[in-house]
Design a protein around this ligand. Structure first.
Ligand SMILES: Nc1ncnc2c1ncn2[C@@H]1O[C@H](COP(=O)(O)OP(=O)(O)OP(=O)(O)O)[C@@H](O)[C@H]1O
Length: 278
């Protein structure tokens, strides 16, 4: 495990940054999550896996404030998120990416990242609007940060192209860059490599590790099992809204309950199918 955070708010390795405490979610008569309970420690890469409809996306939506749980609570860095709005949660340092890409297709890749940075609002608006020396310095700092993020995700050479002209996998990287723009302490990645080819996936594994080594904790939902087994420190497996196993990849791969519910069926079982929402 590696943490290089040095701010006073940082968590030493092994401290929980996220606590999911007996969370339940019902939609009318349907129980999407029955009783989910797990922690993520600072500096870890943790994956949430399970068959279609197991409740993974619902869990993500609760952790990011898009849904309020009908039972239990989620703490991020000790703060209860139940009454916290999504934009406040992002400001606390918990950012997410979405299953579907959400880039501005007609803007360049660079402008997408600049939009993300400006939305984050770490530079005062007046400083950017007026051509004062201070305003110009602020603008230059934002542009420099955009270049650094583009470099990190490997899109520097495509910065001037329209985001909509990139391959699907590259657009996922733009979505990832947008999430990084808010300088998160923790990133929730929703099926980040779906639609990526094998070499893009390998590149993404290296990228996730690099970002983690910079002190960002990662929780991902992913159906690409070789990728999950390679990148995860720990895996949490859900089935029908219940936690059925939790542990390091080797233990999860060998767990009879996980094999029965998810891994052991036909190869087609590992392919992602769109959920049918009630
Ligand atoms: N807004 C909603 N209203 C009603 N039911 C919902 C809603 N969102 C999710 N569900 C149901 O909750 C259950 C869990 O769905 P969820 O999308 O969280 O599963 P998942 O594990 O993310 O699946 P997938 O791997 O296919 O993305 C499913 O039965 C789904 O149909």
């Amino acid at each position: 495990m590696s943490t290089r955070e040095s701010t006073p708010m940082s968590h030493p390795a092994g401290t929980a940054i996220l606590n999911v405490e007996h969370v339940g979610m019902r939609f009318g008569g349907l129980t999407a999550i029955a009783d989910l309970h797990f922690d993520v420690h600072a500096g870890e890469i943790v994956s949430l896996i399970g068959p279609n409809g197991a409740g993974k996306t619902t869990a993500f939506n609760i952790m990011t404030g898009f849904l309020k749980p009908t039972q239990g609570r989620v703490l991020f860095r000790g703060q209860d998120l139940s009454q916290t709005r999504p934009n406040e949660i992002a400001r606390l340092g918990l950012a997410r990416t979405f299953q579907r890409t959400s880039v501005f297709a007609d803007d360049t890749v660079r402008d997408n990242v600049l939009i993300g940075l400006n939305r984050h609002g770490d530079v005062a608006l007046l400083d950017r609007l007026f051509p004062t020396p201070r305003g110009r310095r602020a603008e230059a700092a934002v542009r420099e940060r955009a270049e650094a993020i583009l470099d990190l995700v490997g899109l520097a050479a495509r910065a001037d192209e329209k985001a909509g002209s990139l391959s699907y996998g590259e657009q996922r990287l733009v979505g990832f860059a947008l999430a990084l723009a808010v300088e998160p302490k923790m990133l929730l990645l929703d099926e980040p490599v779906s639609g990526m080819n094998a070499s893009e996936t390998q590149g993404f594994v290296r990228l996730i590790r690099k970002v983690r080594d910079e002190g960002v904790t990662i929780l991902l939902v992913e159906h690409d099992m070789p990728m999950v087994m390679e990148v995860s420190d720990r895996i949490v497996c859900l089935n029908y809204g219940r936690l059925i196993a939790e542990g390091p990849p080797a233990a999860i791969r060998a767990d009879p309950n996980v094999i029965e519910a998810y891994l052991g069926k036909s190869a087609a079982k590992l392919e992602h199918k769109e959920p049918v929402h009630a």
